[in-house]
Design a protein around this ligand. Sequence first.
Ligand SMILES: Cc1cc2nc3c(=O)[nH]c(=O)nc-3n(C[C@H](O)[C@H](O)[C@H](O)COP(=O)(O)OP(=O)(O)OC[C@H]3O[C@@H](n4cnc5c(N)ncnc54)[C@H](O)[C@@H]3O)c2cc1C
Length: 377
Amino acid sequence: MFKPKRKAVVVGAGIAGLATALRLGRDGWDVTVVERSPARRSSGYMVNLIGRGYDAAERLGLLPALRPRALGLFTTVLTRADGRPKFTVPAALAEATLGPRTLTVFRGDLESALFTAARDHADIRFGVTVTSSDDAGITLSDGTSEHADLLVGADGVHSSTRGPDHVVDLPYVVAAFGLPHPVPGVPDDSATTFIGAGRTAAVVALGPGRSSAFFTYRCADPAAELRKGPAEALTAAFGDLGGGVPDALRHIGPDTYFDAVSQVVMPRWSTGRTVLVGDAAWCVTLFAGHGAALAMAGADELGAALLAHDDVPSALAAWEASLRPEVLKRQALARRGMVQYAPPSDFHVRMNDLTIRAMTLPGIRTLVRRSVERANR
Ligand SMILES: Cc1cc2nc3c(=O)[nH]c(=O)nc-3n(C[C@H](O)[C@H](O)[C@H](O)COP(=O)(O)OP(=O)(O)OC[C@H]3O[C@@H](n4cnc5c(N)ncnc54)[C@H](O)[C@@H]3O)c2cc1C
C-alpha cells in the first residue's frame, strides 16, 4: 500500500542537524533543513567520535570519508607560560585515554562529511530560519511554509526552538579557530598545551588545513567577555604567553568560534511533534569531550526510534529514555572536567601535572585504558 513520505523540518545545519537530516532522509523522510547562517559553518577545534558517537558515524556510513581526515596520534608538549616545554605527553597516552573505537577529527571535517552526505537526502537552505510554528504549520523566513510531522530543533546551545530557559551558564568562555601552517613556536606534527590557573591555551600544528588554536578561561562575567569580542578578550587573557600563542592570537578572525560555556538541562526534550537534539537539548560543554559524539548518536538513534514506532510521540519517548542516562553521565563528568581545563589555583595545576605524568607510566596507561573502556560501554 502507498505510504506518503513523512515530512521533517530540521532547524540548524550543525553536527546534530546535518546528522538528523542524513539519517531521516535515508530512512525515506522528506527533509528540509534551515540554517540561520548565510553559509556553512565549518570552523572549530578537535572533536572526538567515541562510544555511541563512533557507532553512529559507522551506521551513517561516514567512516570512509572521516578516516582520511583523522588526526591520528600526535605528541603533546605541556608548556610553561613562556613556551618552554614542561614535559611531553606521548601519543600512546591519548590512544589509551580514548580507546580503540575512536576517531579524532576537526569539527570542520565532520561538518563537511555530514554536509556532503546529507545534501543528497535533504533540502538544505542557508540564511533561513523558522519564524513561527503551530498546529497549522511551520512558517519560514524565506516566505514559505511547511506542514511537518516532525520539527527538530538542532539549533545549538542558544536554540530559538527551545527558548532561553534551561541554560546553566558556567563561568568560562571558549574560543577555537584555524591557523595557517607552519605555526611558529610549535614543532610540526605536534601540539602544545599551556594549562595555568583558570586557563588553557592549546595550539596544534598537524599540517596544512589541520592546524588550529583553542582557548578557554574562567571569568566572572562571560557576557562581558563576549561583548569585547575575541581579539580583545583573548589578547587580555593570553597575551602574556609565549610559544605558539602570540602567533595564534594574530589569526583571530571572522570565523573564530567564541562563546560562553553553558550546559542545557531540561526535564524533557520533546513536546508533541517538536524535539530538540544535540546542544539545543542537552549541551554537555567542551569539558565533556562528547558534544559532537552525543549529537551524532542522538540524531542516529532518533531515526532508529522513528523507524521502530509508527507514532511520533511514542518514538520520541523511547528515544529519550534510552539516551538520557548517557547525557546525564557526560554532563556530570564535564562539571568535574573543568578542573583540568581551568584549574582554580597553581596548586591544582601542579596536581594536574602530577596526574598526567603518572598516566604516562606504562602500567598506569593500561589501567587508564581499561577504565575508559568501562566508561564508554
Ligand atoms: C562554528 C562552530 C564552531 C564550533 N567549535 C567548537 C569547538 O571548537 N569546540 C567545541 O567543543 N565545540 C564547538 N562547537 C560546538 C559543537 O559543534 C557542538 O557542541 C556539538 O557538535 C553539538 O552540535 P550541535 O549541532 O548540537 O550544535 P552546533 O554545532 O552549535 O550547531 C547549531 C547550528 O544551528 C544554527 N542555528 C542556531 N540558531 C538557529 C536558528 N534560529 N535557525 C536556524 N539555525 C540556527 C547555528 O548557526 C549552527 O549552525 C562549535 C559550533 C559551531 C557552530
